[in-house]
Design a protein around this ligand. Structure first.
Ligand code: ATP
Length: 524
């Protein structure tokens, strides 16, 4: 990140800097996340989740589903909904919908980002993500550099194509400069001045063709958000279930955006997953529910291990608001301090007041009545919508970076301090040696405990290496079976963070885990 923007940020610099390169390397080494099509050199903006990554992602997805659909929270205090669980049902809609739906939602016309091209390298950049370094002396070229570029990379770039040091430059956003001034600028990947084009809007939706005949009449889109599938099914859900306003419909699934510059590992990718809930309420109650969901969503992220000082709540400025939010109470983001944004923050989840924009649009375009009639008061109205929209894959990145803890005092040099609820493996069963009774007892214990928890049985290799592996994948407990276990059925429990060991009876492992998994982590 640039010095200039760092100085502007008021965020405390409490968290130690974590190195993204090391996090990405650990993810690959231990099977969390691989580049998609790795053996063909990858494909920009696409990632595959490996054996442990898929467990971590499923855990986050399941915890969100539980919080929303299976055990939703009690309604807001001081209202008629206090003390009663709110009502939310689930949905899994198709990724490809009738293209008319995306016209109605405004995506065909307006789901775009500003981009600039470099005429020389043919590379394309998000215009609003480029910073321009302008020499304070007024002498020499101006340099365009992507925001969130590491300080040492900025200095290297200045050394190569500019003069002096970063401190000799003032920093502007490219989009704040008149296009006439672009003639002074050297693009991020060239040495030539004046190669950047004026910003143009670029639609982010991926399209495809349905059926055997191509042609524009068969063009369809991969959904850029899961939300619209929910609005399209508003009437179906009302007609087929007993929900009544206020209620929510929740959905988790893939979304696709042809991002101009996918970057920062899985933070901004072209294929990703979202966890979205559309909360339908009376327009007069939108304010209460917006505040309610804003609080609930923060509690959720803290409860699964994100530290308060790495989270920030931020109201969108008027000029950032989406078309649908302009009339309403606005959008507030829950932001996380990712290593590449630190000491600043990046969006993890947005809580938007979408007003009645989507339902009225779909009614107008589909000609199907989507107004709601209150069965008690007989009042007819379009419900307003409060939408907590979170990134599942971006949430996985927040969990990975939060957990990543360098520790020179252990052989692995690092451990993943996952909250037990998200850890891919809750425990490992390790026989001290691979001979005699040790593996027999370990396998017996494994067969019993795996009925209750997702655990690992790891028999071969020296014990130090096996502990190191479990530290690196964030397993909270290791149970080690040794000679004493054969005699008195006790085994050791090694705690991941403290490396302290206790001795407990083999018959009590499930109970021990249940008790210790529930213990607070002391964060928040
Ligand atoms: P951004 O400003 O980062 O582009 P957005 O405001 O467009 O995000 P929303 O449309 O509100 O995002 O989507 C809801 C959530 O989906 C975001 O908070 C984020 O966690 C996730 N998300 C959006 N775009 C991406 C992406 N390209 N890759 C991964 N996650 C994404």
């Amino acid at each position: 990140m640039s010095q200039a923007l760092k100085a502007e940020s008021a965020a405390p610099e409490t968290a130690p800097m974590k190195d993204m390169k090391e996090i990405v390397a650990l993810c690959k080494r231990r099977g969390f996340i691989f580049p998609a099509s790795d053996i063909y050199g990858g494909i920009n903006g696409f990632w595959d989740f490996g054996p442990l990554g898929v467990e971590l992602k499923n855990n986050l997805r399941d915890l969100w589903w539980k919080h929303m659909v299976l055990t939703p929270p009690l309604g807001p205090e001081g209202t008629e909904y206090a003390g009663q669980p709110v009502e939310i049902v689930g949905l899994d809609s198709a990724i490809i919908q009738n293209p008319k739906a995306w016209v109605a939602s405004g995506h065909v016309g307006g789901f775009s980002d500003p981009m600039v091209d470099c005429r020389e390298t043919k590379l394309r950049y998000r215009a609003d993500h480029l910073l321009v370094y302008k020499p304070k002396s007024g002498d020499g070229p101006w340099l365009a550099i992507m925001e969130n570029t590491e300080d040492d990379e900025i200095e290297k770039r200045i050394k190569k194509v500019g003069k002096g040091k970063a401190a000799d430059y003032e920093v502007h956003k490219l989009v704040d400069l008149p296009a006439a001034e672009f003639t002074h600028i050297i693009g991020p990947d060239t040495k030539t001045v004046g190669t950047l084009t004026e910003p143009k809007q670029f639609n982010l939706m991926f399209h495809t063709f349905i059926g055997a005949t191509g042609g524009d009449e068969n063009k369809a889109y991969l959904r850029p958000e899961t939300a619209q599938g929910i609005f399209l099914n508003f009437k179906n859900v009302l007609d087929s279930s007993r929900v009544r306003v206020p209620f929510g419909i929740a959905q988790v699934g893939k979304a696709f955006r042809n991002e101009v510059n996918p970057r920062n590992f899985i933070f901004r990718s072209r294929e990703f997953e979202q966890m979205e809930m559309e909360w339908f309420c009376h327009p007069n109650e939108a304010k209460i529910w917006r505040e309610f969901w804003f609080q609930e969503r923060q509690k959720f992220w803290r409860a699964i291990g994100l530290r308060s000082d790495n989270l920030r709540m931020r109201d969108h400025d008027q000029d950032e608001l989406s078309h649908y939010a302009k009339e309403g109470l606005g959008t507030a983001d829950i932001e996380y301090r990712f290593p590449f944004t630190a000491p600043d923050f990046g969006e993890l989840e947005g809580i938007a007041h979408r007003c009645d924009f989507d339902l009225t649009q779909h009614q107008e375009h589909s000609k199907v009545k989507l107004e709601y009639m209150d069965p008690v008061t007989q009042e007819k109205f379009f419900p307003h919508v409060i939408e907590p929209a979170a990134g599942l894959t971006r949430g996985v990145l927040a969990l990975l970076t939060e957990g990543f803890t360098p520790d020179p005092n252990r052989p692995s040099g690092v451990y993943l301090d996952f909250h037990p609820s998200v850890a891919p493996k809750k425990a490992a069963i390790l026989p001290l040696t691979a001979k005699d009774e040790h593996p027999v007892l370990a396998t017996k214990l494994y067969m019993e405990v795996r009925e209750h928890f997702n655990i690992d049985l790891d028999i071969k290799q020296n014990i130090g290496k096996r502990y190191a592996r479990q530290d690196e994948i964030g397993t909270p407990f290791c149970f080690t079976i040794d000679d004493q276990t054969v005699q008195d059925k006790t085994l050791t429990v090694r705690h991941r963070n403290t490396m302290k060991q206790d001795r407990i009876n083999m018959d009590n492992v499930v109970e021990y885990m249940q008790k210790n998994m529930l213990l607070a982590t002391g964060r928040g």
